[in-house]
Design a protein around this ligand. Structure first.
Ligand SMILES: NC(=O)c1ccc[n+]([C@@H]2O[C@H](COP(=O)([O-])OP(=O)(O)OC[C@H]3O[C@@H](n4cnc5c(N)ncnc54)[C@H](O)[C@@H]3O)[C@@H](O)[C@H]2O)c1
Length: 261
């Protein structure tokens, strides 16, 4: 299926677990993918593997977005797709009221500022073309209380709300710039490996035991795979999703509809 042929996609955090799977799938469907990340070696290697372009980029830095947009526009003169996938979980040892302001601001700067800056940088060229597709990676925790990760939960709820406003802006004046939020549950990446390790350390159990315990609360019984998220994003950015905007799509194995989720 080459339904993204001729399209240019920017994927931030494109060297990571979810960003990497998404970059690979969008490229396999015909898009030219501009991978951006602070992880240079991994980003360069993946860009080489999929025939894309890598830009070393900190999403929290507004000036660096200019370079990303200029690089993407050089490919064909338009930017069709933006996936805001860069994110951090923050320091779980500083949860609840132990969250200091520096930690709060650090998490917000990447997860929420970075998403805002990306949309602000890319939307003008999409609006000029009258079309485009943005997917912001929020989290299922945007619907939950997260006392051990105050900043992370608030940042992801902010990403969801921002996506709704952008959906309205993108539909003004007859434009078809779509913006959707995706809410992954517990997906197998470095991030959730780290979260299970820190829960395990706090509870005096192994990371495998922490994972097994949590997975009993997920109706589909396991962590999701990065491909599950990539598949959903590939649909949302495709023309098959032409009438989908302002949506919040949960990809969580049913976790958030249980009382434990
Ligand atoms: N894995 C999950 O279960 C899960 C669940 C819900 C939401 N998410 C969200 O999905 C996104 C991807 O997470 P992941 O699980 O793939 O984690 P990951 O750590 O594998 O990938 C995150 C990527 O973002 C990059 N990054 C970090 N700070 C950056 C910055 N300032 N500028 C540019 N890039 C930066 C990292 O280098 C890394 O490559 C994150 O926004 C995360 O919050 C993940």
């Amino acid at each position: 299926m080459n339904n993204l042929s001729g399209k240019v996609a920017i994927v931030t955090g494109g060297a990571g677990g979810l960003g990497g799977a998404t970059s690979r799938l969008l490229a396999a469907r015909g898009a030219h993918v501009v991978i951006t990340d602070v992880a240079t070696a991994a980003g360069e290697a993946l860009a080489k593997e999929i025939g894309g372009t890598f830009v070393r980029h900190d999403v929290a830095d507004p000036a660096q977005w200019d370079l990303v947009v200029a690089t993407a526009l050089k490919v064909t003169g338009h930017i069709d797709i933006l996936v805001n996938g860069a994110g951090i979980e923050g320091d779980f040892s500083k949860g609840g009221l132990a969250t200091d302001l520096a930690e709060w601001r650090h998490v917000m700067s990447i997860n929420l500022d970075g998403t805002f800056l990306g949309c602000r940088a890319v939307m003008p060229s999409m609006l000029a073309a009258g079309k485009g597709a943005i997917v912001n990676i929020s989290s299922i925790v945007s619907f939950m209380g997260t006392p051990t990760a105050l900043a992370y939960g608030a940042s992801k709820a902010g990403v969801e709300q921002l996506s709704r406003s952008l959906a309205l802006m993108g539909a003004q004046n007859g434009n078809k710039v779509r913006c959707n939020a995706i809410h992954p549950g517990v997906i197998r990446t470095r991030m959730t490996d780290n979260i299970f390790a820190s829960f395990a350390a706090a509870q005096g159990i192994t990371a495998a035991e922490a994972e097994a315990g949590l997975c009993t609360t997920i109706p589909l019984g396991a962590r999701g795979e990065p491909q599950d998220i990539a598949n959903t994003i590939a649909f949302l950015v495709s023309d098959e999703a032409a009438y989908v905007t302002g949506a919040s799509i949960r990809v969580d194995g049913g976790w958030s509809v249980t009382s434990a989720g």
